[in-house]
Structures are given as structure tokens and as C-alpha cells.
Design a protein around this ligand. Sequence first.
Ligand code: MG
Length: 461
Amino acid sequence: MKLKLFFIPLVLLFTFFQLNAQSSKKRKPNFIVIYTDDLGYGDLGTYGNPVIKTPNLDRMAYEGQKWTNFYVASNVCTPSRAALMTGKLPVRIGMESYKRRVLFPDSKGGLPEAELTIAEILKMNNYQTALVGKWHLGHLKQFAPNNNGFDYYFGIPYSNDMDRKAGSTFEKLFTPEIEDFNVPLMRNNEIIERPANQNTITQRYTEESVDFIKRNKDKSFFLYLAHSMPHIPLFAGKNFKDKSIRGLYGDVIEELDWSVGQVMKTLKELHLDENTYVIFTSDNGPWKLFKEQGGSSGLLFGAKGTSYEGGMRVPFIVWAPSNIKPKVEMKMGSTLDILPTLCSLAKIEIPNQVKTDGYDLSPLMVQNKDVNPRNEMFFYHATDLFAARLGDYKLYYLKNNPIGYPEKIEKLEKPQLFNLSIDPSEQYDIASKNEKKVEEINELVRKHKAGMIPVKSNLED
Ligand code: MG
């Protein structure tokens, strides 16, 4: 009898947990996109960094998928984010410019209001949505996150090095203090702190993200966690400062890794790991202009601000332990593909007006089919197409200073061709021995350009 009395509540408890798990599985999946700023291809343990400790990201890659040929759609912040949000090449929607490569605190423009963001599409389908972190797609109210599909916003409106104190020098960026900048910290449309205390910013983004997940554990949600680090100026929290043998840059990455661990721990505790896709990536390559305070592109050539592999190929890890099989994926993908892929996973039809440049990666990522949804990539620098990749081959028409700054653009007399599987560091031009391949890519580019209608840039005013 005693045993029976003990047994009944146990059965009830078990049924409760089962029902709970089932109802979370029945809902549309949750999505978390962790977007770091200027983190390079070579900055994580799992991508070969020998000194920066990233145990949480390494585990995420081991339990999930590590993609090794994944690209952003631009080599600097604003256009890269525009592409992630809309699934469109930024040049198509006026989000690239030579005059001003990104938005600044005195800019009047932003992401065109007519564009639908991934947050807006998910929100239309009853998702709870939040941006925690850096926006950089227009700080005026009409362009702000709350006007672009995000129910909740906590973060900074543009880069953490902007709004500099008068008289601030380039050298001062290496030894930054909070007061050197006047970047506001926002909650929805209100400034809650100015200057933002960047020493605690990664920790506070993490706490805000964990709170958002907990608040929405019984609903479908989309969390865009866009860390402002490791963009210069670097700031690390007190638990991480002076800990990494890689110096301040290592401290910052190790704190980001901790942050990823907190998000994953929360998902596991709430059993949301069964129905959540977590993506970790970066908005562009490392800012090598800042030498040891900038990141590493590993074996890839080039940096932020260039169309070389180091400027646009980024780490991409996707984790969803109940829904995807672990693997190292060497096929191509891009942040352009995130909008169509998430819509496909959520069984949401993409609205007609969204003519995306992306592909649905889910057959490759989730169904494990031997397919190649993306077989080409276009490398824009501002409004010019510098290079194009088809399969393993990348053909260059224009080249830039490999550090990115100052800009030194060279129009190549003859296009240069590289086989990225054999030569990921882009050292050996093989164009003269592969004329057919050159012509094939030229043809791809001709077709691509025929479909590009020039539009007025939104970054210049
Ligand atoms: Mg960036």
C-alpha cells in the first residue's frame, strides 16, 4: 500500500513532464541566432585556435554541426546585418556604399522600411521576438528594432567605437575607458544608460537573453543575440579580464564562450533543447588593423573590410541536439540563407514580396541529404562585385589591401582564379591553366549582374 501511494504521484509527475515535453515539441521551433562582431575564422578552439579557450563553443560544435565554408554577405557590420535580417544581398536594398561603408551616429538612413525582416516574418507567425545587442541598421525611431519585428530590444544602436569623445585618438582605442565613448544603451526606444558601461555589457546581454528565454519558455520565440564584442574597443568583464594567455582579445572571446554556455544551460534546464535551433556566427572577419587586439582569420587570407576569405568566411555552428545530426559540413552556406532556412524549419511560407538571395539549407542541415543548396557566392565590397565563387573556385576581378584599411583597390588586368579546397589561403592564381572555369564564372557573373537593379544607397545621408 505504501509503495502504491508513492507510485501514483511519481506516475503523475512523469506524465506531466511528458506532456510538457510533447507540447514544446508540437510548437513551432525556437530560434536563437548569436551574432558576434568581428570574430574571425581562427578565433575559436574548434576552428583551430591554439590558445583561446572556448569549451562551450567546442561542445556546441561537437554536439551540433560545424560548417567550414560559411559566408557573410558583406565584409563590414551594417550591410552584413542587413543581409542577415532580410536574406537579400545588401547592394540590392541600398545597404552598401563607398562613401560611407556603415551607418554612423549622424546618419539619417537605415534599413528600408519596406523590407521585411526575419523577425517580422516570425512575428507574423506568432513568434515572440527579441534583439539583445547591437542593431546597426538605423538608430532613428522608424528604423529601430521595435519597428522591425522585435517585441523587445536591449542593446546599442550602432558600433561600440562610435560617438567618440572629442580629441579621442586612434591610439586611445587600444587602452579604452568607458568615458571615451558616448554610445547609448537602449531598452526598446528609451536610452537607459549613456555611455553604455561596456565592462559589463556581455554579462548583461547574457542575463537579458536568459530572462527572455525563461519568460517565453511556453511560446515559440526568436532571439537575436548580437554581441557588441569583440569589436574594438575591447572590454571584458571582471571574471574574465587578465585571464587568457591571448591577452585582452582572448579574455573577450572567453567571456563570449561563457555566454554561449549560459544560453545552452538555460535551454537544457527548461527542456527547450528539444525544440530550439541555436546558431553561432560572426558578422565579418577580424579587424586586423588593430593588430594583437584584432582577431585571427586562421589559415584564411585577408581581414574585415576585404572580400578575401578571411573577410567573409566565418565560423558557423548550429546546435539542435534532438533535430540535427552532428557533422562537419564543408558545403557552402551563407547568412543570406538563414531567413529561408528558419522559415522552412518553422513551416512558414516566405511572403511574396521577399525575393531572397538565400537558399533553404534545411535539406542539408536537417534532413542530411547529399545536396548542395548553395553552390555560388558573390563577394561585394561596397557596390562593386570583387569576386565570385562557383563550387571550389573563386574568381577575382578587383582586389583590396589585405588588412582592409586604408582602402587600396586594384582592378586586376586579368581575373585571378583560386581553388579554395586545395588553396584556402588564396596563394596560387591558376587562371591561366583553367580558362574554361574562368569563362564559366564570368558567365555566372554576367547573369547575376543582369538581375541587379541599381538603387539609391541608404547609408550616405
Ligand atoms: Mg563587424
